[in-house]
Ligand binder design. Structure first.
Ligand code: ADP
Length: 629
């Protein structure tokens, strides 16, 4: 062989930082490196097996799928080999030299702010993958030959900053990952240790994970035999009662990267016109991909134990993207291409069934283990709510699962829409909600005074998504849902009468204020305020204050805020004092300063920001000074 040229390259900077954190944070979980390498090997086998369905030549007659562990005690190396799809020169640079994930930056920032003890879970969810090898090895060599290529490539790195590449020969297709174990990690050369780690983390891997072990012959001679370390039990194919909770947990960990138990297991076999097996898990928490935006939707799809795709988007709607699992369907043709999955009526039917079962499972959890449900809902409810706008057929089912704080609930306690409706007094016909940043601001919103007075409850919605999805839920159990800030109930008849009587007297002042303040749709007396002096009401059909603030944050607010209606409470002493000043002298400069202060307090109580806070402070100080004289 001619002298090969050795290429030297550097890791991308984010990868370097990640490597550093991984090696230092995951120390107590370091055996997961084996799970990661085996899982890559298994994926590589699934890939070539899938590709060969269309192009059998790729197999080169090598279809005895196997992942092999080889421990070399003398050299201190452990090799994980597979006869999977392999990597070409360019693929190896792309795959083992960068972390090309979205959200990696945010992930790094979060990690830096996380306590060391809590890091392993985050990293586990991120999927450390191949690089976890550097927790136990000070050098890693990868030799890989891609399907259909003549030459192999050798990648070597100490995981610090650089790697080298050269072209080499390799007899068979696939990848050998060799770890030069650190002195203190030589336990990973022992058969018993490797066997235990495989059992714990990779028992359900479908392909055999084998190792040569010595066997004592009859005449004391030792022979090597190949031993399979994993049981290869496809959990989803077994009957529901046969699978223990421990097995579910182990399998769930393997497919999700989560370190916690699943919150709920959904395991069933559909029979009849369309047969399939489903094994789904609802997690307790938001996984990495859900937090940092690289979300893959849908469970794995198998056809008769052959994995077709890691995430089949056609099997679950995006708003159920937190559900992990496997669907195995024997009715689909094995040579199905990914394109053929696009609009497949069979998959649509399976999706319907999965969605129904997920709703049932969540309902069941809500009834039988409310506290667990509440904590799952707090994590994942924001995602589930997206379905209100996207899945009209299931809108009521989704609405049934939602929980809210309300004027009547204690802080941190929630109620369902059904409970809200059941508690509605007879004179209340609609369901009211109010959106805002947090409970405290909402509780003090002047527009809610009339509701308190009436004894009508209001749902307090504080997730940004609420503002967008609630308009898509027009009714629940036949009761219309309405925004409380623009649909506040009017005061009792006798209070209203007082307001009407006052209207004539106030008219000139109101007109003057509208002119002075400018930019308002109208200034009028309020039939809703009880305690506050003033409040702002959005005009019919205009955006509410909270939505407007959200749009501003998103940079989507065009042409500034929409004109509001300023409502004054004629019973309030501050408003009455203004009326007196006006009656005394309509040109009194205090009308403008006091009027502006009333407007500013309405802006503040609705949770918005003043356009000019320093002007507000100046006017307050003027009043304070006058008061002192
Ligand atoms: P992940 O497996 O989460 O994608 P890894 O860092 O473990 O991340 O691996 C990066 C990529 O390298 C994989 O997506 C795969 O394309 C490739 N790869 C890793 N190991 C192998 C292997 N044994 N055979 C073929 N490709 C592999």
């Amino acid at each position: 062989m001619t002298e090969a040229t050795v290429e030297k390259r550097e890791f991308k900077s984010e990868l370097r930082q990640i490597l550093n954190i991984i090696t230092h944070s995951l120390y107590s979980h370091k055996e997961i490196f084996l799970r990661e390498l085996i899982s890559n090997a298994s994926d590589a086998i699934d890939k070539i097996r899938f590709n060969s369905l269309q192009n059998e030549v790729l197999l080169e007659g090598n279809r005895d799928w196997k992942i092999k562990l080889t421990a070399d005690l003398a050299a201190g190396t452990l090799t994980v080999s597979d006869n999977g799809v392999g990597m070409s020169h360019d693929a190896i640079i792309d795959n083992l030299g960068t972390i090309a994930r979205s959200g990696t930056r945010e992930f790094l920032d979060t990690l830096k702010q996380t306590e060391t003890a809590a890091r392993p879970e985050l990293i586990g969810q991120f999927g450390v993958g191949f690089y976890s090898a550097f927790m136990v090895a000070d050098k890693v060599t990868v030799v890989s030959r891609a399907a259909g290529e003549a030459q192999a490539v050798r990648w070597i790195s100490d995981g610090l900053g650089e790697f080298t590449l050269e072209t080499v020969a390799k007899e068979s297709r696939g990848t050998d990952v060799t770890l030069h174990l650190k002195e203190e990690e030589h336990e990973f050369l022992q058969e018993w240790r490797l066997g235990a780690v495989v059992k714990q983390f990779s028992d359900f891997i479908e392909h055999p994970i084998v190792m040569d072990v010595e066997k004592q012959g009859e005449k004391d001679e030792k022979t090597l035999t190949e031993k399979t370390l994993n049981s290869r039990k496809a959990l989803w194919l077994r009957s529901k009662s046969d699978v223990t909770p421990e097995e579910h947990t182990a399998f769930y960990h393997q497919i999700s990267g989560d370190f916690e138990d699943p919150a709920k297991v959904i395991h069933y076999a559909a029979e009849g016109a369309l047969e399939f097996k489903a094994l789904l898990y609802i997690p307790k928490r938001k996984s990495f991909d859900l937090q940092f935006g690289e979300t893959k939707v849908g469970p794995k799809l198998y056809i008769n134990r052959v994995q077709i795709t890691d995430h089949c988007e056609q099997l679950l709607p995006a708003y159920l993207r937190f559900v992990k699992g496997v669907v195995d369907c024997s009715d689909l043709p094995l040579n199905v291409s990914r394109e053929m999955l696009q609009h497949n009526p069979m998959l649509e039917k399976i999706q319907k069934s999965l969605v129904k079962n997920i709703f049932q499972a969540l309902e069941e959890m809500k009834t039988s283990d409310y506290e667990a449900y509440v904590s799952v809902f707090q994590e994942l409810g924001g995602i589930l709510k997206e379905g209100l706008g996207r899945d009209l057929a299931n809108r009521e089912a989704i609405a049934n699962l939602l929980l809210f704080e309300s004027l009547r609930t204690e802080k941190g306690k929630q109620l369902s829409l059904a409970q809200y409706v059941a508690a509605m007094p007879t004179d209340q016909t609609d369901i009211y909600f109010m959106t805002g940043e947090d409970r405290t601001t909402l509780e003090h919103a002047p527009s809610l005074e009339a509701f308190r007075h009436r004894g009508w409850d209001v749902l307090l919605l504080t997730e940004p998504i609420d503002e967008f999805v609630f308009p898509m839920l027009p009714e629940y159990q036949g009761k219309p849902l309405k925004a409380a800030d623009r649909n506040a109930p009017e005061l009792p008849a006798e209070d209203q009468k007082k307001v009407e009587e006052a209207t004539e007297t106030f008219k000139p002042l109101l007109t003057l204020l509208a002119e002075m303040l400018g930019g308002l749709k109208e200034v009028r007396l309020s039939k809703r305020l009880k305690e506050s002096a003033a409040c702002l009401v959005p005009d019919e059909g205009a955006m509410g204050a909270h939505l407007e603030r959200l749009m501003q944050k998103l940079g989507k607010a065009e042409g500034g805020p929409s004109p509001r209606i300023l409502e004054l409470n004629p019973e309030h002493p501050a408003v009455q004092s203004l009326l007196m000043i006006h009656a005394g002298n309509p040109a009194d400069p205090r009308i403008e300063t006091h009027g502006r202060l009333l407007y500013d307090q309405a802006v503040l109580t609705e949770g918005s920001r003043l356009a000019d806070p320093s002007d507000f402070v100046r006017r307050i100080n003027e009043l304070l000074i006058k008061d002192g004289v």
